[in-house]
Design a protein around this ligand. Structure first.
Ligand code: AMP
Ligand code: GLY
Length: 417
């Protein structure tokens, strides 16, 4: 099978690493990829967000499966263009990816399907949003409706913080509308399912660490580390999430003529009243993907292909009993401004434990070595017979990486300890 993966982060390295192990694979490309992905796939200069270019490549190279990692190609219409050209695509249509693209849309699907989520209202002008905030009071959560590169959510402790957030959002990139919602309290968890629009195959739960620094302090990031399974995400909670959130929402999407296929990322708050939906993403979480895929015993490639072809009912998943934990190494300054080009060494020694895999995110090859080339740069991932073993192995490996201007949190997994 000839496969093209779009994206170039740790998530895509984990996807390529898994796909590369499949006996069904004959050729793997990744656009744009990174220095780590280049070890398992041929990296391309192709623009992953350009529908015509991606389709032309798939046709020229007889690609059997297109796997879309991040959300940007979905929003740009790449999945739709490829499907229209008869290419098998792992990834939802642009219409179904509205679940990630528009927070107002997701809330509407929750309301229509009865999926538990925070109470909310949507506003198209700052004046109406502010009046609602004044009526409800703080704490309250303000969200940009559109994609805002992770900067679209403010959990406001005070009313004035909420009012400022409304001004900021209407002046920014996701700024057409805001969702104002009730603040939920509890532990957060991410849950992933695969679906072809009909069959739903649960993958696994994980817990991420969104804040940049130890003790969950500092600014929000894309995620600084994750582990799976997550003890707080029990089988009982998983069943409730499948029955009350995932199945009704996917049924609603199908009823609207926009069935969802691919991987569904279900962001949850585990509240005292039960799990409630915080957000949907139309892609794998990153770093969550890095600590879920290594646990999978089953060959991933035919499962992704079945999602694309609508034959997921014939598939099942087997899991290793091990735990897995990923520590993200990021460039000093991330998620703010940071420098690129600093050399990283010691990766082979750090990954000498057979349980350890180092997934690359923002890296590139230069003068025969590896240099940092992004905010989140490496995902140090370790399997272990239990959570503590995985964590110890991951930290030992992370401490072995030599990179002057990188940092990582020293408390990944504190909730599970
Ligand atoms: P989102 O982009 O929707 O994932 O939101 C980013 C982060 O904001 C989440 O991971 C939560 O930590 C927080 N958040 C979002 N919505 C709520 C809510 N209703 N109550 C409390 N925290 C929230
Ligand atoms: N780790 C959070 C995300 O992928 O959005």
């Amino acid at each position: 099978m000839r496969v093209l993966v779009l994206g170039g982060g740790g998530r895509e390295h984990a996807l390529c690493w898994s796909i590369a192990r499949s006996p069904l694979l004959t050729k793997l490309w990744c656009a744009p990829g990174n220095a780590g992905i280049a070890g398992v796939a041929e990296c391309l200069g192709l623009n992953p967000d350009a529908p015509d270019d991606v389709v032309a490549f798939c046709e020229r190279e007889s690609v059997d499966l297109l796997v879309i990692g991040p959300e940007a190609p979905l929003a740009a219409g790449v999945s739709d263009a490829a499907r229209a050209a008869g290419i098998a695509v792992f990834g939802p249509s642009r219409a179904a990816a509205q679940l990630e693209i528009s927070k107002a849309f997701t809330k509407e699907i929750c309301r229509a399907s009865g999926a538990p989520t925070a109470d909310y209202a949507t506003f198209e002008t700052p004046g109406d949003a502010k009046a609602y905030v004044t009526e409800k009071g703080a704490p309250i959560v303000i969200k940009a409706d559109g994609l805002a590169a992770g900067k679209g959510v403010v959990v406001a402790e005070t009313e004035s913080e909420a009012l400022d957030a409304i001004d900021l959002i209407f002046g920014g990139p996701g700024g057409g509308a805001v969702v104002v919602e009730e603040m939920l309290t509890g532990e957060e968890a991410s849950f992933f399912v695969l679906t072809d629009g009909d069959t739903i195959l649960p993958l696994a739960g994980a817990q991420d660490h969104k804040r940049a620094h130890d003790g969950d302090t500092g600014p929000n990031t894309g995620g600084m580390g994750a582990y799976s399974p997550a003890p707080a995400f029990t089988p009982v909670i998983e069943r409730a999430v499948m029955e009350k959130i995932v199945a009704p929402m996917l049924t609603e999407m199908k009823a609207r003529g926009t069935p969802y296929s691919g991987v569904l990322y279900v962001g949850l708050m585990l509240t005292a009243e039960g799990p409630k939906l915080i957000e949907i993403n139309a892609r794998f979480g990153d770093p969550e993907c890095q600590c879920i895929l290594p646990r999978l015993e089953t060959d991933l490639l035919p499962v992704l292909y079945a999602c694309a072809k609508g034959t997921l009912k014939d598939q099942s998943l087997d899991w290793k009993t091990d735990s897995c934990l990923t520590i993200v190494m990021a460039a000093n300054g991330y998620p703010g401004p940071y420098e690129r080009g600093d050399p990283i060494t010691g990766l082979d020694e750090a990954a000498s434990d057979p349980n350890v895999t180092i997934f690359h995110a923002g890296t590139k090859s230069q003068d025969g070595g590896i240099v940092a080339n992004g905010g989140r740069v490496l995902g140090i991932t370790a399997m272990g017979r239990n959570f503590s073993d995985a964590r110890a192995r991951a930290y030992e490996a992370a401490n072995g990486v030599r990179w002057e201007t990188g940092f990582f949190r020293s408390d990944i997994g504190w909730r599970a300890l």
